[in-house]
Design a protein around this ligand. Structure first.
Ligand code: AMP
Ligand code: MG
Length: 412
């Protein structure tokens, strides 16, 4: 059985990020949140676009006021007022000042702003009661960035700060990677949908719903292919539909070696190259990963997840989530996030496979703490997965973590 870290390397190497331009589209700025930039964004403008004031105060000539002080204030004639948003019409001569407000354009002849707190206004005159530094409180044109500067690299997700940058750079239309399509289906003769009455021996399909939610959270489009019975022809048809229409195909169930488990055979028959058959982790051992090579240069990836609900989720978080993130075009931040956390109670494993124990990661007084989920941690019991957000991972050979010790935790 393949160790988890080797499986991870194999899987992550199967997916090159989407390339541009064949996988990109243009969206309006307001629809761009959560999308991934397909091209770097450069500025068309200098920013600030004009020399402007960083304070409410008085625009002055530095030469006039460089020796002023509280005891010996320089007195200047106030020749006008410049509000934000207007081109100033006045021009300062020696001995003159202009009332100015934050963000307003500097008038001709002025090079420095005196903040109003160190001035005293007397009708059309102002007393400057402190010496400024040359060019103080002036935001110079182009001092933040200049036309042609790279503002954002490609391969990054657009969130609130990037929305603001794109808006400031007047990018109303943004080039982003297309959304991935992920086909999902459950396999098993015993499965029924939640709205069907249960007959003896039947089980409600929950994996389709959990997996669809996870895929949607990652910003991909879901293609629901339903429940497929354990019959070779039905499975073959469904997988063929998935390969035809999606970038990633997720099935759950049917990959262990029971009499009715056909998935692996069918993958090979459809031209899939199987890279992984089983992984030394618990839960999650029966994981199949295959990659197809289609005539149109597409390479859909198939993940056959275990049927047990907790095992399906663990393997999704461990392998599929980073794969979707990487394939969707993210350059950074697609990798799993590991955190070192203290455990207030002991954790156990049989030590034979890498063990994934679910629970809640809390930040307590600046220290991460991992609290084991209450109830039975068998992979068929998914109820205690509610409210969890992390897995403590015990490596092969480690049977116990004592209360108060630290453990590596995978945040999901
Ligand atoms: P399998 O991997 O097909 O051998 O299934 C392992 C266990 O998970 C069996 O008890 C199945 O009934 C159960 N199971 C399989 N698929 C699902 C599903 N979609 N939803 C809930 N339980 C499932
Ligand atoms: Mg099955």
């Amino acid at each position: 059985m393949l160790p988890v870290n080797e499986a991870e390397t194999i899987i992550f190497n199967l997916v090159p990020p989407l390339d541009s331009p064949s996988n990109t589209e243009i969206v309006d700025l307001l629809s761009a949140r959560g999308r991934i930039l397909a091209a770097p964004v450069t500025s068309k403008l200098d920013f600030p676009h004009w020399d402007n004031s960083a304070m409410d105060g008085y625009a002055v000539r530095y030469e006039d006021v460089k020796n002023s002080s509280r005891e010996n204030p320089v007195v200047l004639e106030v020749i006008g007022e410049i509000p934000a948003g207007y081109q100033p019409k006045l021009s300062l001569q020696p001995g003159q000042a202009a009332r100015i407000f934050t963000g307003a354009v500097m008038p001709e002849g002025a090079d420095t702003v005196i903040m109003q707190e160190v001035t005293q206004r007397q009708e059309n005159r102002v007393l400057i009661q402190a010496a400024p530094k040359a060019q103080e409180f002036v935001r110079k044109r182009g001092s933040y960035y200049q036309a042609g500067d790279k503002l954002l690299p490609d391969g990054m997700m657009i969130n609130a700060p990037e929305m603001a940058i794109l808006a400031a750079a007047q990018c109303n239309q943004v080039s982003v990677f297309r959304k991935l399509k992920v086909a999902i289906f459950s396999t098993g003769d015993e499965l029924v949908t939640p709205n069907q009455p249960l007959q003896p021996g039947q089980i409600v399909d929950s994996n389709n719903y959990a997996l669809a939610a996870l895929v949607e959270q990652l910003g991909a489009e879901v293609l629901m292919l339903g429940i497929v019975p354990d019959q070779p022809e039905a499975l073959r048809k469904t997988i063929a539909t998935g390969i035809e229409n999606a970038d990633i195909i997720l099935s759950s169930g049917g990959v262990s070696v029971g009499d009715y488990d056909y998935v692996e055979e069918i993958l090979a028959a459809l031209g899939g190259e199987i890279h992984i058959r089983a992984i030394a982790m618990k839960p999650g051992k029966p994981l199949t990963v295959a990659r197809f090579s289609l005539s149109n240069y597409r390479h859909p990836i198939y993940f056959g997840l275990p049927g047990n609900p907790a095992a399906a989720l663990v393997t999704f978080w461990r392998f599929v989530q980073p794969t979707i993130r990487k394939l969707s075009g993210l350059t950074d931040g697609w990798q799993p996030v590991w955190i070192r956390a203290k455990v207030p109670q002991e954790l156990r494993s049989d030590g034979r496979r890498e063990s994934y124990i679910w629970g809640k990661l809390n930040l307590v007084d600046g220290v991460y703490e991992f609290v084991l989920a209450a109830g039975n941690q068998v992979s068929g019991n998914l109820i205690n997965l509610a409210h969890t957000n992390a897995f403590a991972v015990l490596p092969v050979g480690q049977k116990m973590v004592l209360a108060g010790e630290e453990v590596m935790v995978l945040q999901v």
